[in-house]
Design a protein around this ligand. Structure first.
Ligand SMILES: [Zn+2]
Length: 270
């Protein structure tokens, strides 16, 4: 009961503070022809059906035109940068009900990897403060995603290596839609929620165990950090190494297939 009250207060505090209240989205149906080569250069694009391609182009253009884009460290954000990032961010949206990432108003872009302050526990419980080099950040308290352009471009071009920083950070933003960063995005019903919690917990614990034993899996060990990272890493793997995931982690694949309402492994089987 106390937990429920605390959760409610947290939600109210967040709602008053800002959060998912992006401006209304103006949907764009057509992508300018001069932008098309940048989308076509992303290898995943050719695996989509004609209907999916049409939707992806519309979503890409809508994201480019409705979000604020800002370069950091002197980086100039060109149309190519925006389109390349927006097209990757649009992919997870193709099958779900969405509001064009209403938890994202602005996308900040560094030219390459950048450093953020970090805190971790060392031996004896000592807190070590320092700087960590990162590829991207999905901020939980503000409507911003920060990315390294070098990593975003590399992630889009190197499809099927299992790493995609754009999909990773935007998956965090889907997770945050219910105001909790816990690896569970809003789901359609109680039954889906129960199955999700059961499978995701089992798969997460399995990855933690494999990581502890130094064993490699199709999922990056970064997913063993916490359940939120597990969801973001699983989403990257689902889109980038779908056939390997379907084979090695069929239940996890099934959960993500149901949630995203997409079957990327079947696309590659075609
Ligand atoms: Zn992450």
């Amino acid at each position: 009961m106390l937990d429920a009250l605390i959760n409610l207060l947290r939600k109210l505090a967040k709602f008053a503070g800002n959060p998912q209240s992006s401006e209304p989205v103006v949907i764009r149906e057509e992508l300018p022809g001069s932008w098309l080569p940048w989308v076509e250069s992303l290898p995943f694009y050719s695996t989509l059906t004609e209907a999916e391609k049409k939707r992806l182009l519309s979503y890409t253009c809508t994201l480019v035109e409705n979000k604020r884009w800002r370069g950091l460290d002197g980086f100039e954000v060109t149309d190519e940068v925006k389109v390349t990032i927006a097209a990757q961010a649009a992919l997870p949206l193709l099958g779900i009900e969405h509001h064009f990432y209403r938890g994202v108003d602005e996308i900040l872009i560094h030219p390459s990897t950048y450093k953020v302050s970090s805190r971790k526990r060392g031996p004896g419980g000592v807190v070590i403060e320092g700087k960590t080099e990162v590829l991207g950040t999905a901020h939980s308290d503000i409507n911003i995603v920060t990315l390294s352009w070098q990593s975003a471009r590399h992630g889009g071009a190197n499809w099927q290596d299992g790493r995609n920083v754009v999909i990773h950070e935007f998956a965090h933003k889907l997770d945050m839609l219910d105001d909790f960063v816990d690896g569970t995005p809003p789901l359609s019903c109680k039954k889906q929620h129960a199955a999700w919690v059961r499978i995701m917990t089992k798969e997460y614990e399995q990855l933690v165990d494999m990581d502890r034993r130094g064993k490699k899996t199709v999922l990056s060990k970064y997913g063993a950090t916490n359940p939120a990272e597990f969801f973001a890493v699983s989403t990257e793997t689902f889109f980038e190494k779908p056939r390997q995931m379907r084979k090695k982690h069929p239940e996890l694949y099934e959960q993500l297939k149901t949630y995203f309402n997409q079957d990327p492994a079947a696309r590659l089987d075609r």
